[in-house]
Ligand binder design. Structure first.
Ligand code: PFF
Length: 513
């Protein structure tokens, strides 16, 4: 299956709705619920919405279109599609595939924690000291290092996550991946919608919203705030990771690509803002209960927000079990549909390269990912490893991927205009000529400034005070590993069908400009 470029053999989404829901499923994930609210709060509150929306319009949507164009025109996962775009570009696809692999192995661990906390919600099993519960009782968290001590409470749900992922992937794109999203996304919108409505009716909710949305205009002159906005957009929209290339390649030839892209982009950002509203209303309630101001609360970002602060909110509420179940249930569903996309990206890439069957690729990739996921993130050092790998994969890895991809497509392969015409031929929302300088000049220049600043910061200050050797292995090591493996795979001969005759598209001469 799915080894050649012809549609007869390629697994495809059964409808445009299936594609849109799957793309939203990939985009809406842990990033929306646990990352966005805290990042917005720390980076200027209401004023953050300005860099955020600018990042969405100047880089998010244009690069999403670039991913769609590459995947839909060249009909393959990132390595195959980029190889067809330009012989020497395959390695970029493998670098992106490595990022997917790296993110999937820690992302799965967070879904496992969410499953446990879903269960703990019934009876608020975390007690009154939620920080102690999460770090000590649940994770048995140790200092940065390498540990072989598995944490049973994490390992069991993690095993379940990987078994489910293997089943979904082995069932195929239309059979498994699409169904999970068609069921999961409406369920998520209902469940999370109910949570937000409940949160808004809690005493103190307005204080939380004021804390989140009161603009700090001074933040707009801070380069770090802009960097935070662009990084959030990339991770959140799942762009420049290769996965949107693969998802677009499963779209039928007659498909309205750019209009779907707009729906996906705006749906993702709307969910993100909705999550901000829900989370901060609940934090306002917590502050109200404790008789403090919202800015005196601690732990408003990342894992601590979801697994320490939120349980404290839940404990304070009447009807806590339902609220807890809605919150952690939403994390599980949002996370799972994103994890499916991460692993699909890896599996399809290897399937095409080595001419494997869908099932063989799904099972072997699932088993290898699971092994790394257990070894690194289900042990007592999992939390620190996750924090470090996440930081480097997203702030260094994906930004590099985006820069190299934009420059290669527009300047080295000179395929920008072809992709623009292609997208315009199949879509109703037409891309003007402005799209090429946006992806070819503005985005790479801005992203390079951002990358240099981030690298300087990491080299000078390190990260979170973790020891140098640790940052070397888990931080820089992650990026170096991705580059080395990508180069190795790109240099390995293509074993599956590369089908140079696949380009069955009609010529684009008559296309609307
Ligand atoms: N977009 C997902 C989130 O916001 O949590 C994470 C993600 C999924 C990133 C898939 C990259 C990816 F390819």
């Amino acid at each position: 299956m799915a080894q050649s470029g012809t549609d007869a053999q390629r697994d495809t989404w059964t409808s445009n709705r299936g594609f849109i829901l799957a793309a939203i499923g990939s985009a809406v994930g842990l990033g929306n619920i646990w990352r966005f609210p805290g990042v917005a709060y720390e980076s200027g509150g209401g004023a953050f919405l300005i860099p955020y929306l600018i990042a969405l319009i100047t880089a998010g949507i244009p690069i999403l279109f670039l991913d769609y164009g590459i995947g839909h025109r060249f009909r393959g996962s990132a390595p195959l599609a980029l190889r067809r775009l330009h012989r020497r570009a395959e390695g970029i696809g493998w670098f992106q595939t490595m990022l997917l692999f790296i993110i999937s192995i820690y992302y799965a661990a967070v879904i496992a924690w969410s499953m446990s906390f879903f269960y703990f919600s019934f009876g608020t099993k975390w007690g009154s000291d939620t920080q102690n519960f999460f770090l000590n009782d649940y994770l048995h968290a140790a200092d940065p290092g390498i540990s072989s001590e598995l944490v049973a409470g994490v390992a069991w749900p993690l095993a379940l996550v990987w078994v489910l992922i293997i089943i979904v992937l082995a069932t195929g794109i239309s059979g498994g991946v699409e169904k999970v999203n068609v069921i999961g996304i409406p369920l998520l919108v209902l469940g999370f919608g109910a949570l937000v409505i409940r949160a808004l009716t809690l005493p103190g909710a307005t204080d939380g919203l004021n804390a989140l949305f009161t603009p700090d205009w001074g933040a707009l002159t801070d380069l770090d705030v802009w960097i935070a906005a662009y990084s959030q957009i990339f991770f959140s929209m799942s762009i420049a990771f290769g996965i949107m290339i693969a998802y677009a390649s499963f779209q039928r030839r007659k498909a309205n690509m750019t209009s779907s892209g707009l729906v996906v982009g705006f749906a993702n950002s709307s969910f993100e803002i909705l999550a901000g509203i829900g989370v901060f209303s609940a934090l306002g309630f917590l502050a109200h209960q404790q008789g403090v101001a919202v800015d005196q609360l601690e732990g408003l970002t990342g894992p601590i927000l979801s697994f320490v602060t939120f349980p404290a909110v839940i404990s304070q509420m009447p009807g806590s079990a339902l609220f807890g179940a809605l919150f952690f249930g939403s994390l599980v569903i949002a996370g799972f549909t994103s994890l499916v996309s991460l692993v699909v990206g890896v599996s399809v890439a290897l399937q095409e390269k080595f001419g494997l069957s869908q099932r063989t690729a799904a099972v072997s990739v699932g088993v290898v990912c699971a092994a790394f996921s257990f070894g690194l993130f289900a042990t007592t050092t999992g939390l620190v490893a996750l924090d470090t790998v996440d930081m480097f994969a997203n702030n260094v890895g994906v930004v590099t991927s985006a820069i190299v991809m934009c420059v290669t497509v527009v300047w080295l392969a000179r395929r920008g205009e072809l992709l623009r015409l292609h997208l315009n031929t199949v879509s109703t929302f037409k891309l003007g000529r402005w799209w090429i300088p946006l992806v070819g000049v503005f985005a790479p220049v801005f992203l390079t400034v951002m990358l240099v600043q981030k690298l300087r910061e990491l080299i000078v200050d390190g990260y979170e005070g973790y020891p140098d050797w640790y940052i070397g292995v888990f931080g820089w090591g992650t990026v170096v590993l991705a580059v080395v493996v990508a180069a190795g795979l790109a240099l390995t001969g293509w074993k599956g069908r590369d089908d140079p005759a696949f380009v069955a598209w009609p010529p684009l001469e008559g296309a609307k400009r």
